[in-house]
Design a binder for this molecule. Sequence first.
Ligand SMILES: NC(=O)c1ccc[n+]([C@@H]2O[C@H](COP(=O)([O-])OP(=O)(O)OC[C@H]3O[C@@H](n4cnc5c(N)ncnc54)[C@H](O)[C@@H]3O)[C@@H](O)[C@H]2O)c1
Length: 375
Amino acid sequence: MSRQLTIAVAGVTGRMGSARHLREALVPLAAEGLRPPDGTEPVRLRLVLVGRDASVLERLAATCGAGWTTDLDAVLADPGVDVYFDARRPDVRPAAVSVALEAGKHVYVEKPLALEAAEAEALAKLSRERGLRTGIVHDKLFTPGYIALRRLLAAGTLGAVVDVRGAFGYWVHDGTDRPAQRPSWNFRREAGGSLIPDLFTHWSYLLELVGRPVAVAALTATHVAERRDERGNAYPVTVEDVAHVLLRLDNGATASVSSSWVERPFTPFTLVVHGLRATAHVTPAGCWITEEAMGDGAPWSDGPVGVWRSVPSPPGYEFRAQWLAFLRHVAFDEPFPWTFASAVRAARLCAAIEASAAVGAWSEVPGDSAPPIHA
Ligand SMILES: NC(=O)c1ccc[n+]([C@@H]2O[C@H](COP(=O)([O-])OP(=O)(O)OC[C@H]3O[C@@H](n4cnc5c(N)ncnc54)[C@H](O)[C@@H]3O)[C@@H](O)[C@H]2O)c1
């Protein structure tokens, strides 16, 4: 193993690329290097920022001592680059990932890997054939609340899980009287936007904590048909802005998950996991558990019903923790379960949801019966 890993980082001018990946994860990790298990000198990390706007890249690179380039093809062809990372728009991702794999790079990506299941499958197959390391962001698993849930499930504290409810979304302004909080491409399928691949890629790995989804029934709608883009121009919305999905998991558990850009949530990214012994209420910030039945005798109350105990959890380093695990997988062959295989399962789930919504009937999710891997 060489004492340096070079990581090409594309999409670094975007919301996720700049804040979550570069500033919160890669810059601190590059400052430390990767400590080998044998205690020898750390492996250095060299960052090369890749994008389209030279002046933005130059400014960004200067803040973190990284190299930069606007020539993606040259970076992907450069034998000195070990890892390609892509946090760009998902519609441009598969082609670059394919070239990177063909060129022998290990690849890590933002989600979704691809908007179509067949594309995700082809990329996973290529990476297997080339013997390359892959990863896709599973950031919610690394938040304090979901770390606590993983521990509860691993310890069997909830008993057998029978039912799961999930909800995530918020109100995205339509851009008329104030700017939208999400880029306009998010609402245009032809520009890589989606609600289902965007959000159900997260739900896929969260549900897998309990069991693999095998069948879905989905109801979707587009309630805000026109929005305004970053320049104030009106455009027609070509993706759903709400999706309600019923699921059957391979262990017999039932689930219902909703995501929406037309809701004002009481709590962020929330999963409620009902086991035969206890129920967990989980958000990224925390996890609460109760064994109470909350039956007829429970008083009405303004806050949570009954007694919920907070489950202790370490601080989460969402993006950084998973980056560290991926880079150690590449450098030292340490285990890393959040690969393109997981991206393929997510893409198949999303395809089944879209198929179900299109025909108004249950749709099966193809796949093998691999056991849940994240708990
Ligand atoms: N893990 C999470 O919680 C999470 C949250 C939000 C977004 N995301 C994902 O992160 C990715 C980026 O989303 P974002 O919100 O940062 O978007 P963004 O619009 O802020 O950034 C998009 C990036 O892609 C680049 N880009 C856009 N069009 C391009 C093109 N045609 N060719 C080359 N580059 C292009 C932009 O220059 C920019 O760097 C998406 O895949 C999105 O699904 C993940």
